[in-house]
Design a protein around this ligand. Sequence first.
Ligand code: C2E
Ligand code: CA
Ligand code: CA
Ligand code: CA
Length: 274
Amino acid sequence: AKTSGRNRVQLYNQSINQYNYRQVHLENQLNKALEKKEFYLLFQPIYNANTMKIIGFEALIRWKSEELGEVMPNDFIPVAEENGTIIAIGEWVLREACYFLKDLDPSMKIFVNISSKQLNHMLFLEKVEQILNESNCVADRLCFELTETAMLEDLEHSKKALYKLNKLGIHLSLDDFGTGYSSLSILNDLPIQILKIDKSFIQQMESGQKNKAIVEAIVQLSHKLSIEVVAEGVENKKQLDILLDMKLDYLQGYYFKKPSLINTFSVYKRNAFK
Ligand code: C2E
Ligand code: CA
Ligand code: CA
Ligand code: CA
């Protein structure tokens, strides 16, 4: 019994070491990734639920590492937030998004994910203004996506930062709504224009009336507060039909289009000459 116990401990230590090794390796590579130009953006269209026309795109970062292959954001964004590289990475994302905006129809917006570490960074607003100026990007065509957990880290500071961003003309969206621990009053408290219902709710809708009722209640409350609603993660026709009944404003998900390179969209102007 003693031996097997020791073996178990050994195995356990081994897997921890492997995990740590990968994490350290990932972190080392992450520090060089910007310089090595290993990041790129994919774009996923967001549709007007009434017209089914594209109103804009969410920018989603990808990392093609020379050493590690393709690494997904859920694996490296937390590391970047931990070691601070998210500041430079976030800047790169925003600059890139502004650059792509120029080649999109002027009616279209780009939705950019902003980490709480960025929002709470002292120089964030200055940086945003600087990037808007240097790229000649119209602020009104940008929407920043922030999570409720991000805001709750420092609600008063977040609130101030959000008001300033709004003042610049940038739209604000509350991402992953429903997954955190915030109360509904956050909707009334923060200057947000759009709410994104987390895909976990959208995917659970089919499996029960209660889940449907939650989504419906979120939509109705948002509309009463003049907040528009996006459903993310729409994967099939059944979900779509339920959502259309609920009068959501915008839709996004694999059912319509997976995140893709921008030049694969016909609304991207530089395509016209290909
Ligand atoms: P998110 O902001 O909630 O983005 C939605 C995620 O759902 C994306 O995963 C997207 O590819 C995926 N998705 C879209 N439609 C569907 C669908 O129909 N079904 C399913 N199952 N998934 C769908 P992705 O691209 O892996 O990004 C994961 C998370 O990483 C994002 O979640 C966001 O929190 C973060 N992230 C991505 N890009 C950036 C970025 O540029 N900056 C920051 N700070 N975070 C980012
Ligand atoms: Ca998002
Ligand atoms: Ca989300
Ligand atoms: Ca998320």
